[in-house]
Design a protein around this ligand. Structure first.
Ligand SMILES: [Zn+2]
Length: 226
């Protein structure tokens, strides 16, 4: 019998494909509204760090010749999605995972050769055996890897919350359909501020497009009683 992965923490962040090509303006296929989504991803991960929440990240990679995987620059994860105590697994057909992995690491990064993590044996095992009260999902794309991951987790009886404003999409309409599907299957849809509070960040910190470098002007202080 396989014994479950030990995880006593209440919440675990599920960080889906937060990679440069998908989230930066100069990436190969940047999401819509990337500035706002990046702010919310950054805010969520800062909150996770303060609360010592563990993170499971998936990362899409290009399959190599021998069934292994490799990354190009555009497939790198955004810098603030990485924790110091992390372990990364390449996409292969093994399922080995130490039971006490979350005792030694704050973050497990699972590379995958396809959108759906449940098609990768190791990711399938980790997600299936994971015991946590609530899984909090961020990343992209809503209509792609996010909906596939969330539906797979729900099928396995997990409690899933999706922070919809920290999820990127290429197509607003497809994203809305995907969110409705997730909700119908039992996912809780929430906003970043419901969990991580409002953001005080002025810039996304990782993207240098004009929009992201734009600092918001401070609000005018109204004269009281004048
Ligand atoms: Zn930008």
């Amino acid at each position: 019998m396989i014994r479950p992965i030990r995880l006593r923490r209440k919440r675990v962040i599920i960080d889906i494909d937060t990679q440069k090509d998908l989230f930066l303006a100069n990436g190969a296929s940047c999401v819509r509204n990337h500035r706002r989504v990046l702010m919310n991803i950054r805010r969520t991960l800062a909150w996770a760090r303060v609360k010592h929440l563990r993170i499971i990240s998936t990362s899409i990679c290009k399959p190599g010749k021998n069934g292994d995987s490799f990354h190009t620059a555009g497939w790198q994860k955004l810098s603030y999605t990485l924790r110091n105590r992390k372990i990364e697994f390449s996409a292969d057909n093994n399922t080995d995972l130490a039971r006490d992995i979350f005792v030694h690491y704050d973050q497990v990064i699972l590379n995958k050769r396809c959108e759906n993590p449940f098609d990768e044996p190791r990711a399938e095992r980790l997600f299936t055996e994971l015991r946590a009260d609530e899984l909090v999902v961020i990343g992209g794309l809503a209509e792609g890897a996010v909906v596939a991951t969330v539906l797979g987790l729900l099928q396995r009886g997990k409690r899933v919350t999706v922070l919809i404003d920290a999820v990127g999409t290429h197509d607003r309409q497809q994203a809305d359909i995907a969110f409705r599907k997730m909700k119908a299957k039992g996912a809780n849809l929430a906003e970043t501020r419901d969990y991580a509070g409002a953001t005080h960040l002025k810039s996304t910190g990782v993207c240098d497009c004009k929009l992201c470098r734009l600092e918001e002007k401070p609000l005018k202080t109204s004269s009281i009683g004048a």
